[in-house]
Design a protein around this ligand. Structure first.
Ligand SMILES: N[C@@H](CCC(=O)N[C@@H](CS)C(=O)NCC(=O)O)C(=O)O
Length: 233
């Protein structure tokens, strides 16, 4: 095996983008130094690593690189034998399309829900948008394989890495603030979607990199306070 480059991973356990990179690093068994960044009190030196001052970022030998989707693909390219992306060009494109679809249709609804904590109708609109997207997500999953647990079926890939942190946090967010409303989201309506969500969040690399539900719930409480303070300004 070729020696791996020296890796330093800048992360924050609360961040779903950072968890994507953490899962990928875990999946390939990379050795790396981990630097936890306090997002509410970022160290001044961090802008030299990532001028955007966001997590995740990775230093590979002397080079700093950011953006979760880029990092996940980089980890795959550094450890190609782990095959987080299949060789087939069409499959690779379908994986990237699926991640883009989830990221653009489902993930933004999380912020709409946090922004509408006092407004049930606003939340219902977010749930409706999620449910409309789940119809297509179910089709995309079935197109790959009738059975899960992963996007491709039995084979784990970058599709699962990139979606899991967001799928899990959406469930925690809704269950924390509005226990009964989780049923308004059609997660359980489609067996293939249900199996997929269970499969990607039961994977060892996911469990090794996720913060506890209590920790995430606290982070959402703080986000609620920040939203309320911003609304008063
Ligand atoms: N597009 C970026 C988004 C990363 C991102 O938004 N990270 C958040 C934490 S979840 C962050 O670092 N925020 C700090 C800030 O905006 O000051 C990616 O995919 O890596």
């Amino acid at each position: 095996m070729v020696a791996q480059p020296k890796l330093t991973f800048y992360t924050s356990v609360v961040c779903p983008y950072a968890q994507r990179a953490a899962i990928a690093l875990n999946e390939v068994g990379a050795e790396y130094e981990k630097v936890e960044i306090d997002l509410q009190n970022k160290p001044a030196w961090y802008k030299d690593v990532n001028p955007e001052t966001k997590v995740p970022a990775l230093t590979v030998d002397d080079y700093n690189i950011a953006e979760s989707l880029v990092l996940v693909e980089l980890v795959n390219d550094l450890f190609p034998e782990k095959k987080l992306l299949p060789d087939n060009a069409l499959k690779r494109a379908q994986i990237r399309f699926f991640v883009e679809y989830w990221s653009s249709k489902i993930s933004p609804q999380q912020w709409k829900i946090i922004g509408n904590l006092e407004d049930k109708e606003g939340r219902q609109t977010a749930y409706n948008d999620i449910n409309a997207a789940l119809v297509r997500i179910n089709e995309l999953l079935l197109e790959q394989s009738q059975e899960g647990p992963y996007f491709l079926g039995k084979e784990y890939s970058i599709a699962d890495v990139n979606v899991a942190p967001f799928a899990y946090r959406l469930k925690v967010l809704v269950s924390h603030f509005f226990k009964d409303e989780i049923e308004l989201i059609d997660f359980a309506k489609y067996p293939r979607v249900k199996e997929f969500l269970a499969g990607i969040t039961e994977r060892d690399s996911f469990k090794a990199t996720i913060a506890s539900e209590e920790y995430l719930a606290q982070a959402y409480e703080k986000a609620r306070e920040r939203f309320a303070a911003a609304a008063k300004k």
